[in-house]
Design a protein around this ligand. Structure first.
Ligand SMILES: Nc1ncnc2c1ncn2[C@@H]1O[C@H](COP(=O)(O)OP(=O)(O)OP(=O)(O)O)[C@@H](O)[C@H]1O
Ligand SMILES: [Mg+2]
Length: 373
């Protein structure tokens, strides 16, 4: 290990335990939820996919957020790419070797290659295509598929989300011998809401898990590297633990924090967070998050950051100062919904709606509405 950026906590045991759970419940996906930036995607890529390969499963990854308008097509696309990887070797030479040579000219001058293996075209309708692709890919790879769907809550935001879930559910059940699946998401709320309008509670469909945040191993590696860079100085593990919780268990942020302490040889981790809160780049980042929202939405955000009930009478009185009249409850709700869609606020389980990023919340708490104008 040479730099702070190389520090990584691997979680092979957690990955294996997830795969065991999946194996034990054919046709039923795992759905792991955790706040933003705590390492869900990293886990899929660095821990779960390698563990699946060890079991001789074929991991296939699709990010539903990136293709928010067409999530089913995004899943199909990922499966098609995987099918290409399995059936069409990457090198030109490999491609030739797979295609039977039909005729070689007398002097070897003309080489006529046979037809590339052709199959019936895949169905065009995305629902049928998903089913056909799963069957074809599993057969071509001769392995079960582990379909990893990242940002599953994106389905809660599309018009035909419920239909897509129904399709997924049907295919997962029908192809349970060869298709395993794991979902990750940052908002359980959107999924639960959608599934309950579709008439089936989430837990019937998928096994819900709270994805665990990184622990001492990661923090210890940071402390060890710090001590190596600054002989004679150390960052107490207890301090790192406390601050890691304060910033919402976000590994990259934690790493950046320790890096900035290291740059100046400081060891007061809490003071480091304070400085971080005032750092120009950090503040610029937060301003950019606020930028698309009008003053009313910002005011609602401040209310949420302070932990005040957003629909309470006093809150509505306060918000009345932003605009000339007292806002309706519906207007406040609509603002919260916009902030939620922007990923700024979430609701964990049945708890109150709160700012997603605790450090951003701390920043907001230190501001007045005038400062956010
Ligand atoms: N096990 C780990 N060890 C070290 N760093 C990690 C680990 N997991 C995640 N990180 C770092 O934390 C950052 C966020 O990780 P990642 O993108 O996986 O989070 P996420 O939960 O998928 O976030 P989002 O909700 O935004 O999709 C990344 O920069 C990644 O390098
Ligand atoms: Mg992610």
């Amino acid at each position: 290990m040479t730099t702070f950026d190389d520090i990584e906590e691997r979680r092979p045991a957690l990955a294996r335990s997830y795969l065991e759970l999946i194996k034990a419940q054919p046709g039923r996906p795992l759905a792991m939820f955790a706040p933003r930036r705590v390492g869900k995607t990293h886990f899929l890529d660095h821990d779960l996919a390698p563990a699946a390969r060890q079991l001789k499963w074929l991991p296939v990854y699709a990010d539903l957020w990136l293709q928010k308008s067409a999530p089913l097509e995004a899943i199909n696309h990922a499966l098609e790419e995987a099918l290409d990887d399995v059936t069409v070797p990457r090198t030109k030479a490999g491609q030739l070797a797979k295609t039977a040579v039909k005729k070689i000219g007398a002097l070897g001058a003309s080489v006529d290659l046979g037809d590339a293996p052709a199959r019936r075209p895949l169905p065009a309708a995305p629902e049928l295509r998903l089913d056909a692709l799963v069957v074809r890919l599993a057969a071509a790879a001769n392995k079960p598929i582990l379909l990893m769907l990242d940002e599953i809550q994106a389905l809660g935001d599309v018009a035909d989300g419920a239909r897509i879930i129904a399709t997924l559910r049907a295919v997962l059940h029908k192809r349970r011998d060869v298709l395993k699946s794991v979902f990750t998401g940052s908002s359980q709320e959107a999924m639960v809401r959608m599934l309950s309008t579709a008439g089936s509670p989430m837990y019937q469909f998928a096994q819900l898990l709270d994805f665990p945040v990184l622990g001492d191993e990661f923090l210890q590696q940071l402390a060890d590297h710090y001590a190596q860079v600054h002989p004679g100085k150390s960052l107490p593990l207890a301090d790192l633990r406390r601050v890691f919780a304060r910033i919402g268990f976000k590994p990259r942020l934690m790493r950046d924090l320790v890096k900035s302490l290291s740059a100046e040889g400081l060891t007061d981790v809490d003071a480091g967070v304070k400085r971080f809160l005032l750092d120009d780049r950090q503040v610029a980042g937060w301003s950019a998050l606020l930028q698309p929202h009008d003053l009313f939405d910002r005011a609602v955000l401040l209310v949420l950051a302070r932990g005040v009930p957003p629909l309470g009478r006093e809150t509505l009185d306060t918000l009345a100062k932003v605009q000339s009249v007292r806002p309706t409850v519906a207007k406040v709700r609509a603002a919260i919904e916009r902030l939620r869609r922007a990923g700024l606020v979430t609701r964990a389980g049945s708890g109150p709606t709160a700012i997603d990023d605790p450090l951003f919340a701390e920043y907001l708490q230190s501001r007045t509405l005038d400062q956010l104008r």
